[in-house]
Design a protein around this ligand. Sequence first.
Ligand SMILES: Cc1ncc(COP(=O)(O)O)c(C=O)c1O
Length: 479
Amino acid sequence: MEDLNFRKGDAKTAIFGSETMLQSSPVDRIPDGPTTPEIAYQMVKDETYAQTQPRLNLATFVTTYMDDYATKLMNEAISINYIDETEYPRVAVMNAKCINIIANLWNTPEKNKWKTGALAIGSSEACMLGGVAAWLRWREKRLAAGKPVDKPNFVISAGYQVVWEKFAQLWQVEMRQVPLTLEKTTLDPEAALKMCDENTICIVPIMGVTWTGLNDDVEALNKELDAYNMKTGYDIPIHVDAASGGFILPFLKPEHKWDFRLKWVLSISTSGHKFGLVYPGLGWVVWKDQTYLPKSMSFSVNYLGANITQVGLNFSRPAAQILGQYYQFIRLGFQGYKEIQHNCMEITQYLHREIGKMAPFINYSHEVVNPLFIWYLKPEYAKKAKWTLYDLQDKLKQSGWMVPAYTLPNNIQEYVVMRIVARQGFSRDMADMLLNDIKEAVAELEKLEYPTPTRIAQDKNFEVKGSVFTHTGTPHKKK
Ligand SMILES: Cc1ncc(COP(=O)(O)O)c(C=O)c1O
């Protein structure tokens, strides 16, 4: 006779026949007892079941596709803590090799065998490290000259990513924003220099502005800054936030000067988990030479089996991403990266052309310089439209796509735009499916008899702010 009196949650219980699957998942308290791994797995998996497919998410910049071998390698390394260098010395060496490869992609002039850089959890940590190094260098020089150090500032365009707001808040460094306008869509070097003074720790141009996909002109900035530093006697440096562009430009536009070839570029940060083609979280920061990395940023501990010196905000951190990055370098090589980035650009340009042909839309810029672009509703179309891009975002979500609508930064915040980032894993075929879904969604929205709630809210918003609104979100300021 079979024993039917088994414990609840016993391995013999079918997952969906178990008592646990009749309970809601824990929210506040740890459950009293254990359950089987199969049931626990199912419950956790099911919590994320209804989410968007990652490859249909065109909002994110972060890698959602790696091949099977990369995935296997990273899974096998999932238990490795990077900080345990004595236990995993080869991982530390691999990390240093990745830094060397990236530094050389960015044309480092550093002669040392091991280039000066650091691993980070993403661009945010990498930007922080670049910013902190600039602040400490400025501080050390000021203190040596007996000058006050209580009012540091840095200069960046209003198209900054939120990490720079965090840097400003957390380190209490004033952020001076160069406004963007419809005519001046990237950092204006002249305007940037007007904001500089003896307390400026650095200027931060962005390669791959999060909001627009455009690149700041680092070469022009460097030129103007050179003259400015000469005239004033300051030595304000540049940190380039190349979160996206850092892995695009070296492959697609190697002749374009934005990196260590420029005199005042002393540090650059990027995301390994964006166009570095590695799953999250991985960032990199590289300095032009070890002299630009303040010694006070290196911390040593002696309790892990050797004296370990590290630059970074985190201590423990996953190492699997380093294996993933090194694998991609070996697997793809320069040519492989170039081909993937080329395809992302081709698909972006294709979408840019096709979206530009659709009656309701106008592209924000003629150029596509990174695999992302934005567009908005044509003013004349929008005057009659009963919908906004937020409604289109909702409609596309119904077919699984995540195509975000949002307002542009300060000064041009009345523009509602839509953005697509094309990453590895987004094919031409998928682009055609998306275009089709956009056309169908627009056709449905055009049949609306009454304005949608977002249309009404958007119009009200402009009324309140004193703009004579058109239905686009395109501002026409009252004269
Ligand atoms: C220009 C820029 N800087 C910094 C970041 C922050 O990057 P991460 O998400 O890797 O921390 C981003 C992210 O989109 C970005 O676009």
